[in-house]
Structures are given as structure tokens and as C-alpha cells.
Design a protein around this ligand. Structure first.
Ligand code: GLU
Length: 423
């Protein structure tokens, strides 16, 4: 292995993390060996290498993936990530987490994820459209409203979903809005989808704070990541009466112990491209931000933010995982010992896929609901999932992640046993 490989290799492999979380929870269940092994593998994995015409006339080859972890509960569901660090193992982990996330929420879906190794921040709109339409074509052998329904994730947005919907529809010869969720409202997107993941985080943070006896009014909140999830979670926590004291994006963080108005930060980010240099706040690094004195920490960036190295220094009482996989299994152990409650990703950020499900149902029926109806249904489902997970965790005397995983694995394995093994 070259020196460079050693230095750039991520310390925590997300797939190893996902497997460790799975086995920790599976140990509590009377699963047959074959069933346990079956659930520990992705069902199918597609790697595509494809050319894209760039603005300067050159042709570049990009690599993308689409992984289906499980189809036991229904068609597969999960986002598509555009990021320079995407790897097959990351997409595998994200696909497995989608299986558990859908199962915890009681949605009729299995888990999937896709990703393209690229830096969308360094590409023009035209290049992104070319890349998206070609990637959509490459994975169209797996994609479909009855088989596999993508959605946004890190680095993708409603416009990217619109290109996927259009590309798929052009191949079919008619419009198929239900093939992808997180679309713009004008082409069959759902009211409330854009805010759904952040709204779900706020709902479980509120319930978690209630459970721990932390008054939400004036509770100090720190949010890592100011994208689709973090920015919305931040302003909805602010609206709920909490005090957001620090936020960050990939370029760095800002901190003001007296409180920050997240909507003003969002305006600043829209104008300047980043939260940094927001007037009236101190500059902090992403590492420092996680260790700030606060009550609620919402990591909403990438995997592996909270590790064995910084977990002992975290001061929050409640961690609400807006991102997928932000806490390593080693950190989980440390936090548990230190009495820090973690609301796990597969529960905390499930608002996105829950409203994706509503979007898909609306598209299939061509009958649309109001934002109020969507938000009410989301609220009901998130609160219900939170208390179900809490109940399971208390019953088995485990942390909330293991409780959520026990529920999810039970649901999938029950369905698997009922369907039987073919042939
Ligand atoms: N990418 C989001 C997630 O990780 C949303 C998935 C979806 O809506 O299908 O949950």
C-alpha cells in the first residue's frame, strides 16, 4: 500500500461500521444463522463507468454506484450522493442504513443508495445535467417506480431529481413522476419534502429533550453541516424556542454563545456560498464545533464525525443524528458510558424518506395533499417511531441505536420468514 493510500484512507470504514451496528443488535434476536448472514449482505451492486462531455469539449470518465441492500419489504428506496469521496463501501453502508430506516418508520420499502464520485461544487450546471442524465441511463436497468426509487442526498437536489425523472420518462415515452422523489413541486414533488428531514430532526430532538427533562426553551443547540438537513433543522429548532449557538459547513463554523438566527445565516450562505464570515460570530473549526458546551448536538454532515478521539470531549447531553453514520461504534460506547443520549440516524433523519414515501404515493395516485396534511402525517409518524424505539431500548436495556436496529431487523426478518426462501 502506498504512503498516499495510507494517509487518505478514511479511519473508519462506513461498511465496517454498519456491519458492527447490525451484529450488535442481531445478538439480541433469535435469528437463524442463514437469515442473519443474508441480512449482512447487499442484495445487488452495480458499478458504472461512463463518459461525460465537459464544457471545455473534453470527455471525462466518471464512476457511479447503485446498491440495493434488501427488497424484502418492497421496492428499494434511497438517495443519490455526489461527492469526491464516494466509495462502494460507503454506498453499501448507506444502502443498509436505508433498509433499517424504512423498517423503523414502517414504510413498505427496502434500502438502496447510489453515488457518483465527482465534485458537484466544481462542475457547471450543464456538466451536472450531462452527468446526471448519463448516470440515470446507466442505472435505469435497476430503477423504476415499482423497483427502485432514488431521492436526493449529499450533493444532489430537486433539480438533479428533475433530470432523472425526465431522462427515465424520455426512455419510456411517457412521464413517470413516481420513479424518483424529492422532485420540484411543479413536476409531481410533494409539499413539505424539501424541509422534511430537518423537520423530522426537530421533532425527535423535541421529544428527546422532553424525555431527558431538558427544557427546549433556551436549550443550546449546535448544528454541524448547513445543507439540506442541517440548515432546516437549525431554523426549525430556533422556531421551537431553542437557542442555536453554532453552525458549520464544509468550509468551517461560526459560534456565538448568545445565539445566532439560522435564517440570517442561510441568507448569508446563499449570498457568499458559506456560513463562514457571518457577522457577529466567532470562527470555529468543524472539530472545535463538536466539542462546544451545548445541550443538543445535531451532526448533519458526513459519516464518522464523532469518533473514539472526540467522543470523550463532547459536552452535549443529546445527539440527534441528522447525517447518516456520524457516530462510530467506538464513539457510541464512550457516549453511552458518559450518559450522552444518541437519537440514531435511522430514526432521527427518517423524515426525508417518510415524506418521500408520501410523494411516491401521491404520484402513483395523481392526487396531491396539502403541506399541512403532509406535516401532520410526518409529525404523527416520527413521534410514534420515537416512542416505539424508546420502548424497545428500555425493554432490552440497550441504547436507542440498538433499540431502533432491533425493531428494524425484527421487522425485516419476520417478513423474510413469512415470504420464505425461494425456490
Ligand atoms: N437521502 C435521504 C436519506 O438518507 C433520503 C432518502 C429518500 O428519501 O429516499 O434518508
Amino acid at each position: 500500500m502506498s504512503q498516499e493510500t495510507v494517509l487518505t484512507r478514511p479511519k473508519e470504514d462506513p461498511w465496517e461500521m454498519a456491519l458492527e451496528q447490525f451484529h450488535r443488535a442481531a445478538d439480541y434476536l433469535p435469528l437463524k444463522r442463514g437469515i442473519r448472514e443474508f441480512l449482512a449482505y447487499p442484495k445487488r451492486e452495480l458499478t458504472v463507468n461512463f463518459p461525460v462531455k465537459m464544457d471545455d469539449g473534453s470527455v471525462r470518465i466518471f464512476t457511479g454506484y447503485r446498491v440495493h441492500h434488501s427488497t424484502v419489504l418492497g421496492p428499494t428506496k434511497g438517495g443519490i450522493r455526489y461527492h469526491p469521496d464516494v466509495t462502494l463501501n460507503e454506498v453499501r453502508a448507506l444502502a443498509m442504513w436505508m433498509t433499517w430506516k424504512c423498517a423503523v418508520a414502517g414504510l413498505p420499502y427496502g434500502g438502496a443508495k447510489g453515488g457518483v464520485v465527482c465534485d458537484p461544487k466544481k462542475m457547471s450546471m450543464n456538466e451536472l445535467e450531462n452527468l446526471t442524465r448519463r448516470y440515470a441511463t446507466e442505472i435505469s436497468i435497476l430503477m423504476g417506480p415499482e423497483s427502485d426509487i432514488p431521492a436526493p442526498d449529499v450533493g444532489t437536489n430537486p433539480q438533479v431529481m428533475a433530470w432523472i425523472m425526465d431522462t427515465y420518462s424520455m426512455h419510456r415515452g411517457y412521464s413517470v413522476p413516481a420513479v424518483v422523489t424529492g422532485k420540484p413541486i411543479s413536476i409531481g414533488g410533494s409539499q413539505g419534502r424539501f424541509e422534511a428531514t430537518g423537520r423530522g430532526c426537530m421533532i425527535v430532538a423535541r421529544e428527546g429533550a422532553k424525555y431527558l427533562g431538558i427544557p427546549l426553551q433556551e436549550a443550546r443547540v449546535v448544528v454541524q453541516g448547513f445543507g439540506n438537513v442541517g440548515s432546516v433543522a437549525a431554523y426549525l429548532m430556533h422556531d421551537a424556542g431553542a437557542k442555536v449557538i453554532a453552525v458549520s459547513d464544509s468550509r468551517g463554523g461560526i459560534y456565538n454563545p448568545k445565539g445566532i438566527d439560522p435564517r440570517q445565516v442561510l441568507d448569508h450562505k446563499r449570498k457568499t456560498g458559506s456560513v463562514v464570515d457571518f457577522p457577529g460570530a466567532d470562527v470555529v473549526t468543524n472539530e472545535e464545533l463538536l466539542e462546544l458546551p451545548c445541550d443538543i448536538l445535531i451532526p448533519s454532515a458526513l459519516e464518522g464525525a464523532i469518533t473514539g478521539a472526540n467522543a470523550p470531549k463532547i459536552k452535549a447531553k443529546l445527539i440527534v443524528e441528522g447525517a447518516n453514520g456520524p457516530t462510530t461504534p467506538e464513539a457510541d460506547e464512550i457516549l453511552k458510558e458518559r450518559g450522552v443520549t444518541v437519537i440514531p440516524d435511522i430514526l432521527a433523519n427518517s423524515g426525508g424518506v417518510i415524506v418521500s414515501y408520501f410523494e411516491w404515493v401521491q404520484d402513483l395516485q395523481s392526487f396531491f395533499w396539502t403541506e399541512e396534511e403532509i406535516n401532520q402525517r410526518l409529525e404523527r409518524l416520527m413521534v410514534q417511531s420515537f416512542y416505539h424505539v424508546l420502548e424497545t431500548a428500555e425493554k432490552y436495556k440497550v441504547d436507542l441505536r440498538t433499540g431502533a436496529m432491533i425493531r428494524a431487523i425484527s421487522r425485516v426478518s419476520d417478513a423474510l420468514m413469512t415470504r420464505g426462501i425461494y425456490p
